[in-house]
Design a protein around this ligand. Structure first.
Ligand SMILES: [Zn+2]
Length: 437
């Protein structure tokens, strides 16, 4: 044995998990008889060894040392369950979440798909955030408990700011469950930037916050999120009463699902691939998210289709929400005039009257004033000028028309999506760009 190797063997590496090129994996596992002691499980197609240390390629690995308070707050698997089909695990998790979270439809499908992907996030090199917007009457405490029971090395945190996020034990490589009723913008930005590996934060050295995260809050995510970074779920109050599982049931759920998800990870980490999604009408950022979520179902075509369909319905809902914002209504009204033959300018007051009529046509109250229109156009980069003593407005130059069309596309304004004008050069450009995607 060389002196270098001997000195390496005298030291050890603290770890929460490892995947080696030869197909060996190390995982933290808990001894059921000693609740606060971790062991390392060595896997190579089957369990090779469980012990307080594992030697691999001349190096000795030992479980990471956790603060006692952290160690008791995190649930670890106590065994690896027998191999099962991904469909069976997906269906069992659907049943559990349907029962305890009251989820159904696309919300349920996407939460289960996210859960599966979160157990292999490091292999997929992508950890989209599960953002749960809960209404005040929702059983959020039950949702957090269940997600904690079945999540990988889950740690539940409340009152989260940048400082608290930077203080989490990143070596645990676990899932963060953020009970975030008052999430601040700086913390939200930090969470958003850490959905891919390699984004570091300076905090007593440099740390990498790349790990799966659940944000449970009463607000919607800010407009800065890209669709590839986030799975958006709404937790609405269920008509049936949702009860917290009693301690015995909670323990049984935890032990069963930790073992099954660990088995899923160990049996599949070597075969995970990012599939090419074909024939999807999802926008490119959502296709990226769909690729991650469907990768985790290991080629089950039926589950892949179910996940893509759930994302499509989410995208449709997002379009409808975007196109009903006040900015979108103003753009829609301005676009109406930009599409009128021979029209070279339009006053803000005319756009305001049209925008208010659009609002009324959609059974919505409120009024949009010429001043509102002026401010909206300034903010969105459409130049306004003094047209006459009657007021300000837009000169419908090529530049202004192009900008209005770009905005209409961004805000999913209905008239552009459903009513692309054959005689409008801007619409023709949009259509050819859309079909080239
Ligand atoms: Zn047009």
């Amino acid at each position: 044995m060389s002196r270098k190797l001997a000195s390496q063997l005298n030291s050890h590496i603290f770890t929460a998990c490892e995947i080696f090129p030869d197909g060996t994996a190390l995982e933290l596992i808990r001894d059921p008889s000693k609740a606060d002691e971790s062991r390392l499980l060595e896997w190579r197609g089957r369990v090779i060894n469980v012990g307080t240390s594992v030697e691999h390629c001349g190096l000795r690995y030992v479980p990471i040392e956790l603060e006692p308070s952290v160690s008791t707050a995190v649930r670890f698997p106590v065994r690896v369950s027998p191999r099962e089909g991904v469909r069976d695990l997906f269906t069992a998790t659907e049943l559990l979440m349907g029962c305890y979270l009251g989820l159904s439809g696309p919300n349920l499908t996407l939460t289960v798909a996210w859960q599966l992907a979160s157990w292999v996030y490091d292999v997929l090199a992508h950890a989209p955030v599960l953002w749960i917007t809960a209404s005040p009457q929702s059983a959020t405490h039950v949702a957090l408990q269940i997600l904690g029971l079945i999540g990988r090395h889950s740690l539940r945190l409340a009152g989260v700011g940048r400082r608290e996020l930077c203080g989490v034990p990143t070596a645990l490589r676990g899932t963060l469950l953020l009970d975030a009723s008052d999430l601040r913008a700086t913390a939200e930005n930090l969470i958003r930037s850490a959905t891919r590996p390699g984004t570091h934060v300076v905090h007593r050295g440099v740390i990498d916050l790349f790990c799966p995260k659940v944000v449970l809050t009463c607000t919607f995510p800010s407009e800065f999120w890209r669709d590839s970074e986030i799975v958006r779920i709404s937790l609405i109050p269920s008509t049936k009463r949702i009860e917290m599982p009693d301690p015995k049931t909670a323990e049984a759920i935890g032990q069963e699902f930790q073992g099954r998800f660990l088995s899923f990870r160990l049996h599949h980490f070597a075969d995970l691939q990012r599939p090419q999604l074909k024939n999807s009408r999802l926008s490119p950022p959502l296709q990226d998210l769909a690729a991650t979520l469907t990768a985790a179902v290991m080629g089950d075509k039926e589950l892949e289709q179910k996940i893509v369909a759930a994302l499509e319905s989410q995208e449709d809902a997002g379009r409808s929400e975007r196109s009903s914002r006040p900015d979108a209504i103003v753009i829609e009204a301005a676009l109406f005039f930009a599409h009128k033959r021979g029209q070279s300018e339009v006053r803000s007051s005319e756009i305001a009257v049209k925008a208010t009529a659009i609002l009324r046509g959609r059974d919505r109250n409120g009024e949009i004033s010429a001043e509102n229109v002026g401010w909206t156009m300034k903010r969105l980069g459409v130049p306004t000028v003094t047209l006459s003593s009657a007021g300000n407005g837009i000169r419908l130059t090529d530049h202004a028309r192009n900008r209005l069309h770009e905005l209409a596309m961004t805000y999913d304004v209905l008239t552009l999506r459903n009513d692309i004008r054959r005689d409008c050069p801007c619409c023709a450009n949009m259509r050819s760009a859309d079909s080239a995607k």
